[in-house]
Design a protein around this ligand. Structure first.
Ligand code: SF4
Ligand code: SF4
Length: 390
């Protein structure tokens, strides 16, 4: 059996958080897992009641399916009138109880996050041999969705000269994602940074720990070196909030805010092109990171681009770290719903700041026989800058 809370501080904190819930139920329509299961135990208030009982020692600690099925998306916090800090209670409970039943692929990915180059090799090989793998693994790991990412063409260099470098370098907190999901974004950010007169320094050898924290393993995080750096930018919305916790009091900019800044001196160099751009807003971007309005402003600056909003619900695509591997039924239902919404809007391209979400949605679109490109916003801007095809 898993151990109980190691300190009474954690128990008291979870009990105090759960006591803030007034059971109004206003969060229920916004909870993606509840939207799929319609099970009160898998709603925010149902989970808070369970966590309170575990903290009080009324029931055994250990693995509870209704806690395992929480996406840790934080959408309940955004609409909660008394602002119950649900994620804090969930993280404390998961950390104390290591409660999530984890699929072996998730364990493997978590262990290999400290070795992102090896993780990339593993994922690349899995994508290459996916036709021979069991269909359930192929879908859980989004291997068809990952295929375009791993086979992506390299962006061409800027066609004209670049400006002189000014100011101190920008540290790009690329993390393990740079080696795996965000190779295109790394290339695009290099193009944009160089064109706008700053020198990008990528730190892709370290992990922010986001995936580990999802599962109650917060010690996975390891901090990069930021001394002498004026500006640190996280490349992926899923990592941004975790980097901010790791590096406080250093400021960590989200990638959308940084792109908005860099685009100002580049506006006269963008190649106009008509493009319907669907905006996928990852849960982390809507909640912890913000920058949703900044993303809309960013697209408005691209000549010819028309931003298209996706429906607000269910919002979450079901990727959520390794949730797609641990909870395939709910995850795939959510991915399928968002993919149907995308198809109904028929955009030319979908942008999302989270590579995990893009892989999840690419897989769901593949399953539905649709072919719509999914890009990091930096990739879209670099294409406008270089005139390269999308
Ligand atoms: S974090 Fe997300 S999935 Fe979990 S209870 Fe809140 S809204 Fe539901
Ligand atoms: S909205 Fe907040 S207070 Fe109301 S049921 Fe949900 S968690 Fe509890």
């Amino acid at each position: 059996m898993s151990q109980a809370f190691t300190t009474s501080t954690g128990e008291r904190r979870v009990a105090a958080i759960a006591a803030q819930c007034v059971m109004c139920g206003l969060c229920l329509p916004h909870c993606p897992s509840y939207a799929v299961t319609r099970n009160e135990a898998e709603s925010p208030r149902g989970r808070l009641a369970l966590m309170a009982r575990i903290a009080a020692g009324e029931i055994n600690s250990g693995s509870y399916p209704s806690l395992d099925s929480c996406l840790a998306c934080g959408r309940c916090e955004l609409v909660c009138p008394p602002k119950v800090p649900f994620i804090e209670a969930l993280t404390l409970t998961r950390t104390a109880n290591a409660s999530v039943r984890e699929h072996w692929t998730g364990k493997l990915a978590r262990q290999w996050l400290r070795r992102p180059a090896l993780l990339r090799l593993l994922m690349r090989n899995a994508v290459a041999v996916r036709a021979f793998l069991p269909a359930s693994l192929r879908r859980r790991a989004n291997l068809d969705g990952l295929a375009p990412i791993f086979n992506a063409r390299t962006m061409p260099p800027l066609p004209t000269g670049t400006r002189n470098m000014i100011g101190s370098p920008t540290l790009i907190l690329a993390g393990c994602a740079a080696q795996t999901l965000e190779r295109g974004a790394v290339e695009a950010i290099t193009i944009i940074a160089t064109a706008s007169g700053t020198e990008p320094m990528f730190d892709s050898a370290r992990c922010c720990g986001a995936l580990g924290r999802h599962l109650g393993h917060p010690t996975l995080a390891c901090a990069p070196i930021v001394d002498g750096i004026d500006c640190a930018v996280a490349i992926n919305s899923g990592c941004t909030a975790h980097w901010r916790q790791q590096l406080a009091p250093h400021e960590v900019l989200g990638v959308v805010a940084w792109l908005e800044q860099r685009l100002v001196p580049l506006s006269d160099r963008l190649t106009p092109r008509p493009l319907r751009v669907a905006l996928h807003l990852p849960c982390t971007q809507q909640g912890l990171v913000g920058e949703t309005d900044a993303l809309r402003r960013l697209i408005d600056q691209l000549p010819g681009a028309i931003p298209i909003e996706l429906p607000a619900q269910p919002g979450c695509c079901g990727s959520a770290g390794s949730y797609c591997m641990n909870q395939p039924l709910i995850s795939q239902q959510l991915g399928s719903t968002v993919a149907e919404q995308i198809r109904a809007l028929a955009p030319d391209v979908v942008i999302s700041t989270n590579g995990g979400c893009r892989a999840q949605l690419a897989q769901a679109l593949f399953d539905q026989g649709a072919s719509i490109r999914l890009l990091h916003p930096a990739e879209l801007i670099a294409a406008y800058l270089t005139g390269s095809p999308i």
